[in-house]
Write a protein that binds this ligand. Structure first.
Ligand code: RIB
Length: 337
């Protein structure tokens, strides 16, 4: 990688002069400026930011740790975070944890060593150790999506309980009395909240709470597929499924198709997380759509306020509403054609 000395030699000046030109600090003549800039361009020189960061103690880099970079829900969160960061002259480094505590811890250690200015964290499981290791270094941190019990900390999340309640109410209003839920990991607050909303709607409608209709697991297709296979063995069989995210719903649909079961005629499905516009030509799934972009954007705005603003002990919990989109997967309007 070209060095500042090589640029100085090619421009016929001292290294300090190159630094003055590139940092636009101190006086240099127009002729010297042009010679230095031409030499830097010819050598494809990239300044080493570590030096300026050591002096300013800022890298203008934020670390975003999220749990499944293949899920468009998270890439939409990341897009919101990046836009908010860029608007303030900051950059986002994306870290994919795959719901692994080991990966989460590794990324936190690497990002702390890289002296990022702040963390946007989607905690894996309970996430308390990770939060404490970041706080011990006094690096600003905002949690995205999932609450961490017992930790008073800034968070931006959705109303998962309310969304699941509304989806379950919708199914009950469609005439369903045996509804199963395929949720995420039992130690993740969004999975817990979605089961809580499901329970509240059943209780309010005086419907039985059958624990054999509640399935915990990862927010992935295989969990949706396997749980649906088990649900189809229940007797009497449920007539509707609430899946706790889009990937679980896709897995459930594959399982139902494998058994020749039609949606919604023989099994209704409702879920969380809409696919971004354009991903599907004719959106089919009834869903509680989260404001994923706003979740990332608002969390980054809050983090930057903690980095740039005056120190404060106030903690913010921003809860974004979900939008219920009723589509063919749960309505008894037979599919077109
Ligand atoms: O797809 C991941 C799911 O887990 C989303 O619903 C999000 O809310 C997270 O909790």
């Amino acid at each position: 990688m070209p060095t500042i000395r090589e640029v100085a030699k090619q421009a016929g000046v001292a290294p300090i002069t190159v630094s003055r030109v590139l940092n636009r600090s101190g006086y240099v003549s127009q002729d010297v400026r042009e010679r230095v800039e031409r030499a830097a361009a010819e050598l494809h020189y990239i300044p080493n930011m570590l030096g300026s960061s050591l002096r300013s103690k800022k890298t203008h880099i934020l670390a975003l740790l999220l749990d499944d970079v293949t899920n468009p829900f998270w890439t939409t969160v990341a897009r919101g975070a990046e836009d908010a960061a860029n608007e303030s002259g900051y950059y986002v480094v994306l870290c994919n944890t795959d719901e692994s505590q080991i990966k989460e811890s590794q990324y936190v250690n690497v990002m702390l060593k890289k002296r990022v200015d702040g963390f946007l964290l989607v905690p894996v499981g309970i996430g308390r150790e990770t939060i404490q290791s970041i706080r011990a270094q006094k690096v600003p941190l905002v949690i995205i999506d999932r609450r961490v019990a017992g930790e008073a900390i800034d968070i931006v999340r959705s109303d998962s309980e309310g969304g699941a309640y509304q989806l379950t109410r919708h199914l009950i209003e469609q005439g369903h009395r045996r509804i199963a839920i395929i949720s995420g990991p039992e130690n993740v607050s969004t999975a817990q909240d979605r089961v809580a909303g499901y329970r509240r709607a059943l209780l309010e409608a005086n419907l039985p709470l059958d624990e054999t209709r509640i399935y915990w697991g990862k927010f992935v297709q295989s969990h949706g597929y396997e749980a649906t296979q088990a649900i189809l063995q229940l007797s009497p069989r449920p007539t509707a499924l609430l899946t706790s995210n889009n990937f679980i719903a896709v897995g459930a649909m594959h399982a139902l198709r494998g058994f020749g079961i039609q949606v919604p005629q023989s099994m209704a499905i409702v879920t969380f997380d809409d696919f971004p516009a354009g991903f599907t030509i004719d959106p089919f799934l009834t869903t509680a759509a989260q404001s994923a972009y706003q979740m990332g954007y608002r969390a980054t705005e809050l983090l930057l306020a903690r980095i740039l603003g005056p120190a404060t002990n106030s903690i913010q919990e921003i809860v974004l509403p979900v939008e219920i989109l009723i589509r063919q997967s749960s309505s008894y309007v037979l599919p077109k054609n």
